[in-house]
Design a protein around this ligand. Sequence first.
Ligand code: SF4
Length: 316
Amino acid sequence: MKPETPKALIYGPVPSRRLGYSLGLDILPFKTCSMDCVYCQLGAWGRTTVRRRDYVPVRAVLAQVRAALASGVRIDAITFSGSGEPTLHAGIGRIIDGIKRMTAVPVVVLTNSSTLAGRANGRDILRADIVVPSLDAVTDRVFAKVNRPHPGMSADRIVDGLVRFRRRFKGRIWLEVMLVRGVNDGPTHLRKLRQAIDRIQPDRVQINTVVRPPAEKSARPLTAEELGRVRLLLGPRAEVIADFRREKQAAPAPDASAALLEALGRRPMTAADLARSLGLPAPEVADMTGRLKAAGRLRAVRHGGRVYYERTAGSH
Ligand code: SF4
């Protein structure tokens, strides 16, 4: 049997409209998350966790970041995102400190805001430069529908956590709101969301919708016009960041797509299987499967509660 490639803990740098060339850090096993959002690109998982631990060694992450910085490639930001909720890694504060000792490149943390609701209230990410917390729901009913959180979480506690974090955090907060048609875009909910935003006082409010292949087919996007109307409702700091022009983004390397299709030629695999066997970070796999699916080279089939990818006849 072919030995598995060791997991890459960094990916990119990938060009991003918001951050320039962003080096991604993927510090968790596939889909380690306190939520199971209907729009998640990593697929529906059916389970969540709030367990914090050193999921991958801090030293290994720092070694890979150091090598990327030394390679001379352009890096405008170092961003924690990837296979789930990065603040569930108990060593995220140590990783940020280690990066800060190496470079002045800004550190960005994408978070679903769940750990901000706890007693530590984001203590480990206070040294980041930019935090991009999500807030898709401000009532428990909508929260359950859009984010399918770990039992015991409440939308009110998440908002309170964000308000408290804003007072302590000296960097910039770009609050991201992901809108799903018919789920969290109703006028009453949007009015309550505006009230929550007024309490949180983020530097920016970034409005997004489901433009990439989501976990659930039922998760449908809003149109650009509808997003424009929501922007007016959410106040002066709101901007639309949804990118409807997917075809203009950089395509994945052809050999990475070929390796993915070759792996699927042997047997159908989940996104987690693909990430493991190709040694690629989950976001890269999600991006590639989305593109290959749109091009008709593979299809997704649901089996035993999991989503498997298989090659279509035309891709042989
Ligand atoms: S979208 Fe983010 S927060 Fe939601 S389930 Fe996926 S990884 Fe977790």
